[in-house]
Design a protein around this ligand. Structure first.
Ligand code: NDP
Ligand code: ZN
Length: 350
């Protein structure tokens, strides 16, 4: 066992605070990683605040982890001490169901193990995430960080990156397709970069007039201010795909109407339940599809890291100290982040 320092939420209504706990002794296929950077995902807020039902407290959030290998179990073959590695949203799965065999561990029939707030499959202990100084993870769930990536900006690729890359790839987004990205936050701005890299014509839907100029700098071809009814009306029947990253309940109907016949609305923002109701006519009359997507498998996450290294794609991020985390959560709730906070975990020593 090793003592870990971290920041944790002790309840849904209290700010994150320093917290110490024990990481397990390395198993034969485990890797010990000293955490350098950890991205801040809106899911961290949802789980810290029990937005998706009661969380198991204390919650140590963080599933966009970059660090260095400091120790390996005796059956580890892929990594050695000193390697730069990453850990994303999952740390284990059953490894034998049809989903795991298809490299879709996130959809494991027996339930994948999230990086924090889940039960370890072997000893039943609760997983603690990346707002901590080190983490112990099974080799299979550790990613290799390509040298060409800037380590200080790579963390968000492990969640925001793969969560937007995976559905665009799965649905075969290609040159000439018209893609709308809803919400210009951590996921949204990566969605723009990937859709552009796949050759699509990309439109950002944002509430914020102030993000219009920047959306274009991000590579978006067009911007729709979603609070402007005239702009929404002008977008009706225009899109092949909508990638919806909005993290709160919102009316899907006006967006569905922006899809062409056979268009697909992909939810990645997790809103429970969907309210107000979706009008069946908005799907039926134009054979539109409403679907969702959950992160990506381990192989696909590695593919995203390699793709970003090759195509020079990186996240736009603001570096913070762990002591700023509660303020960062407030700013994210107000849509005030360009476009991902990354915690410099050295600050945990302060
Ligand atoms: P961010 O907070 O970084 O971005 C969300 C964006 O949505 C904001 O920047 C804002 O864009 C827009 N938005 C925020 N509030 C509202 C509102 N009240 N009405 C309309 N638009 C709003 O969040 P993330 O990108 O980190 O995460 C987005 C969602 O995706 C979360 O629900 C998260 O839990 C989920 N998620 C899902 C995953 C999956 O596997 N499916 C994986 C990771 C995250 P603007 O200012 O431009 O309007
Ligand atoms: Zn995330």
């Amino acid at each position: 066992m090793s003592q870990a320092k971290s920041y944790a939420a002790k309840s849904a209504t209290t700010p994150l605070e320093p917290f110490s706990f024990e990481r397990r002794t390395l198993r034969e296929d485990d890797i010990n990683i000293d955490i350098l950077y950890c991205g801040v995902c809106h899911s961290d807020i949802h789980i810290a605040e029990s937005d998706w039902g009661p969380s198991i407290y204390p919650v140590v959030p963080g599933h966009e982890i970059i660090g260095r290998v400091t120790e390996i179990g005796n059956k580890v073959s892929k990594y050695k001490v000193g390697d730069l590695v990453g850990v994303g949203c999952m740390v284990d799965s059953c490894q034998h169901c049809s989903q795991c065999e298809a490299d879709l561990e996130q959809y494991c029939d027996n339930g994948s193990v999230g990086t924090y707030g889940f039960k370890d499959l072997i000893d039943g202990s609760i997983t603690y995430g990346g707002y901590s100084d080190h983490i112990v993870v099974r080799e299979k769930f550790v990613l290799s960080i390509p040298q060409a990536l800037d380590a200080s900006k790579a963390a968000p690729l492990l969640c925001a990156g793969v969560t937007t890359y995976s559905p665009l790839r799965h649905h075969g987004v290609k040159a000439g397709d018209k893609v709308g990205v809803l919400g210009m936050g951590g996921l949204g701005h990566m969605g723009v970069k990937f859709a552009k890299a796949f050759g699509a014509e990309v439109t950002i839907f944002t509430r914020s007039e102030s993000k219009v100029a920047e959306a274009k700098l991000q590579g978006a071809d067009h911007v729709v201010v979603s609070t402007d009814e005239a702009q929404m009306k002008a977008s009706v029947m225009s899109f092949d795909y909508l990638l919806d990253t909005i993290p709160v309940q919102h009316d899907l109907n006006p967006y569905l109407n922006c899809l062409k016949v056979d268009g697909t609305h992909i939810l990645v923002g997790l809103i429970e339940p969907i309210e107000p109701a979706v009008h069946a006519a908005n799907l039926v009359l134009k054979r539109r599809v409403l679907t969702g997507s959950l992160i990506g498998g381990i192989a696909e996450t590695q593919e995203v890291l390699d793709f970003c290294a090759k195509h020079d794609i990186e996240c736009d991020a603001e570096m913070i100290s762990i002591q700023d985390i509660n303020q960062a959560y407030q700013r994210m709730k107000q849509g005030d982040v360009k476009y991902r906070f990354i915690i410099d975990m050295k600050s945990l020593k302060n």
